[in-house]
Design a protein around this ligand. Structure first.
Ligand SMILES: [Zn+2]
Ligand SMILES: [Zn+2]
Length: 393
């Protein structure tokens, strides 16, 4: 079966490169993936999949019906949106839209998803169950997954796979990760209310800026003294504002930040932990406070069995050095984690690094991929899906 999959992927490859270049030249921002969605729906229908559009606003679902013998549904998620970045690659198929660019490789993801759909639809002898392809909008604003789930995209799904391109892994290689892959990312806003006064008479005022500084310093120190060092936590205050004049004590100060964590228990306790510190400091100096803690996406926790299927599929498909077992997660965030609240899943990193040249990071205006990554992604995922259905119920 693997030889057949590889052969089919080779045959499809020129068409897939064409698709990817078309998508790359026509990027669309989060929630506005109208042309991309129509294009994806067209390709899916032409391979005989059942297609549903406008799932999660601009999302598309294509379902491979399977043989009917196996009732299981397994999902493959790929995201479709681009970023508000002016492309500077000078490729002949560079973005045709000013200020919009596929700088996170979602054009590759969409192409790989279509490639797997095209390949499996030409492989009736694989006797698969149902494969549901989720083409998700608005990943960059961490909204698309929840839109699609709300519209029933995960209904009856037993397991889900996903992937993301990764420029620091060479093309033709994959990075498999057991356990946590990405972090939970929450937004934090703290507003301190003090009392204004003359800059020379601090004892008659409540200095909101100084109290904010105490809070910021204590939060950083408290991470090192009260949080388990084996469970990473990053708290970044990226914005602070307060005060009106150099000689007037500020009556209010506002800070906003991002809070990244990997362990579900750490994540669960964060609002209480932060409020404890803020409340104590404010009480000591008689200030008032308001905290807005907004939960973002949770951490991606890869399921062991499904990760094992991905690893085995990769090991059988590729040489030893092409399969990396990743020892570290990243503190980036990914809304794939929301699907994992509905069903177990696993996401891997698809190597796209080009050899002999500088590889720019994701979200960089000069980000580029080695297009051989497409066939690697298509074979790995097609074979992993096949292997999944080979496993007994
Ligand atoms: Zn991105
Ligand atoms: Zn991305």
């Amino acid at each position: 079966m693997l030889a057949k999959i590889k052969h089919l992927a080779e045959t499809l490859n020129p068409r897939l490169i064409e698709i990817r270049r078309h998508l790359h030249a026509h990027p669309e921002l989060s929630g506005q993936e109208y042309q991309t969605a129509a294009y994806v729906a067209g390709v899916l229908s032409s391979c005989g999949l059942q297609v549903k559009e406008e799932v999660g606003k601009t999302g598309v679902i294509g379902q491979l019906p399977g043989t009917g013998k196996d009732p299981r549904i397994i999902a493959l998620r790929t995201d479709m949106d681009a970023l508000p970045i002016q492309e500077k690659t000078h490729l002949e198929y560079a973005s045709s839209k000013a200020g919009v660019m596929h700088a996170c490789g979602h054009d590759v993801h969409t192409t790989v998803g279509l490639g797997v759909a095209m390949l499996l639809s030409q492989l009736p002898e694989a006797e698969l169950g149902k494969v549901r392809f989720l083409f998700q909008p608005a990943e960059e604003i961490a909204q698309g997954a929840s839109w699609m789930i709300k519209d029933g995209a995960m209904q009856d799904v037993q397991a889900i796979f996903g992937m993301h391109v990764f420029p620091s892994i060479p093309a033709r290689s994959v990075g498999i990760r057991y356990g946590s892959l990405t972090a939970a990312a929450d937004d934090l806003e703290i507003c301190i209310q003090g009392e204004s006064g003359h800059g020379a008479r601090p004892h008659e005022a409540i200095d909101a800026i100084w109290i904010a500084a105490q809070i910021m310093t204590t939060l950083q120190q408290a991470i090192s003294r009260t949080q388990n060092p084996l469970r990473p936590l990053v708290l970044t205050i990226g914005q602070i504002s307060g005060g009106r004049a150099p000689n007037v004590i500020a009556d209010s100060c506002r800070m906003t930040g991002t809070v990244r964590s990997l362990h579900p228990e750490t994540h669960a306790n964060l609002p209480r932990w932060i409020e404890g510190i803020v409340a104590n400091i404010c009480q000591t100096y008689q200030a008032k406070y308001e905290i807005n803690y907004r939960r973002g996406v949770p951490s991606v926790q890869n399921d062991t069995n499904l990760t094992k299927i991905l690893e085995e599929a990769s090991r059988e498909s590729w040489d030893k050095e092409q399969v990396q077992i990743l020892t570290e997660p990243s503190l980036g965030a990914e809304d794939f984690s929301l699907y994992l609240e509905q069903a177990p899943g696993s996401m891997f990193r698809l190597g796209v690094g080009r050899s002999g040249v500088e590889n720019y990071p994701l979200h960089h205006p000069q980000f580029q991929v080695d297009e051989s990554c497409i066939i690697t992604g298509v074979v790995t995922l097609s074979y992993a899906l096949y292997k999944y259905f080979q496993q007994n119920l």
